[in-house]
Design a protein around this ligand. Sequence first.
Ligand code: GLN
Length: 185
Amino acid sequence: MQGAFAEHEAVLRRLNIEYFEIRKSQDWQQPCDGLIIPGGESTVMNKLLHTLGLFTSIQKAIMDGLPIFGTCAGMILLAKEVRGGRPCLATMDITVQRNAYGRQSGSFTTIENFQDLGPLPMTFIRAPYIEQTGKNVEILAKVNGKIIAARQANQLVTAFHPELDEEPAVHKYFLNMVQQYLQHK
Ligand code: GLN
């Protein structure tokens, strides 16, 4: 609907993964094996999910186990609690702080460990971070002591933008989740 979807598509093309865009409720009629919610502006996407009639069906699909990958604004949309904003889909047991790095230092790139994938480049753009996680949430990465990537069962979130970096490791991690989902479906 909005935001950095083209960059995610470019990564999927490189990995030979079929994809389509969800822009209106008819698009959601097509079956899919996973959903990426890109970075962008979470307040705008929140409104669009409701006005386009996608909110309830996407929320239900996530609760039914569809693999979902939220980057930056996408992570905010999945969070149960949002400081500096409002919860949207609220399917993931995390509290996020929006625009957590302030205006001046809003955008930066760093290299940090991501679980057992090792060190990865991470680009942050007016990013949130995760302040609190529920007991079912696995912490995957931290930058300066703040949680910036996590997973709860079928839900994967990153505060940074893996679609902007050369290394498709986080997308591959998500595709693994999709593969496991398809095996157990
Ligand atoms: N600051 C944006 C928001 O609150 C997120 C920024 C991004 O997705 N790059 O929605």
